[in-house]
Design a protein around this ligand. Structure first.
Ligand code: GDP
Ligand code: MG
Length: 214
């Protein structure tokens, strides 16, 4: 098992300040022509519906309701763009995938838009792929990972809701996923274990985001 690299206090503090500052919703993108200019670094958050994506984004940015913690998972079909640090970087909330109630046509449409976006977005520095720490990787996650490998887009697994299970169980999930990452060339080799509820792992994730902004 790899130990998670630590960040120095200055980086953690600078990242805290960045994420406590302005982060405004700019637009929802339903088709590629609407994408904003690729004039700054960009990071995106992806994950199955209900994985805790809205909660994590809100937690990272100390907001209550930036990314609506939707009562209807899978409803948002757009790429939601936020301006972090007033022009510093784009933060993108991708539509949740793998939602059972979504029709096949809708799911295919999501995959098409996402694939086109992921393949073509030159300023995209990293995709944070959120995975429930109780479940580990599911086949829909593996599909996205394979797509990201194919597009050579750097991605990092973030395990969510770690407070819902024992620490040893969460660590076991992390190690299992870590082993599987060896087959995925574009995967960042560090996995972050987080809880939006408890704030666990958020300072480090903010530090990763800060480092991706330069
Ligand atoms: N215990 C716990 N529950 C969480 C955490 N993150 C999200 N949840 C819950 O999981 C459900 C789905 O969260 P949400 O953020 O809306 O997921 P999304 O569909 O991926 O945006 C909600 O009931 C949240 O309250 C967490 O870190 N710990
Ligand atoms: Mg959501």
């Amino acid at each position: 098992m790899t130990d998670t690299p630590e960040f120095d206090e200055e980086t953690i503090e600078a990242a805290r300040v960045l994420c406590a500052g302005p982060c405004n919703f700019v637009l929802g993108v339903a088709g590629l022509p609407q994408l904003p200019e690729a004039d700054r670094p960009e990071i995106a958050f992806a994950g199955r519906s209900n994985v805790g994506k809205s909660s994590l984004i809100n937690g990272l940015l100390n907001r209550k309701n930036l990314a609506r913690a939707s009562q209807e998972p899978g409803r948002t079909r757009e790429l939601n763009y936020f301006d972090l640090g007033e022009g510093l970087m784009w933060l993108v909330d991708l539509p949740g995938f793998g939602y059972a109630k979504v029709s096949r046509t809708q799911a295919e449409q999501w995959m098409k838009l996402t694939r086109q976006y992921l393949r073509g977005r030159v300023n995209l520095r990293r995709v944070f792929l959120l995975v429930d720490s109780r479940r580990g990787l599911m086949d829909t996650d593996r599909d996205i990972m394979t797509m990201l490998d194919g597009a050579a887009v750097n991605y990092q697994i973030v395990l969510t809701k770690a407070d819902k299970i024992k620490k040893t169980e969460a660590e076991a999930t992390r190690d299992k996923v870590l082993a599987e990452l060896k087959k995925h060339p574009a995967a960042h080799p560090v996995i972050r274990l987080t809880s939006a509820e408890k704030g666990w792992g958020l300072p480090e994730l903010r530090a990763e985001i800060l480092q991706l902004s330069t």
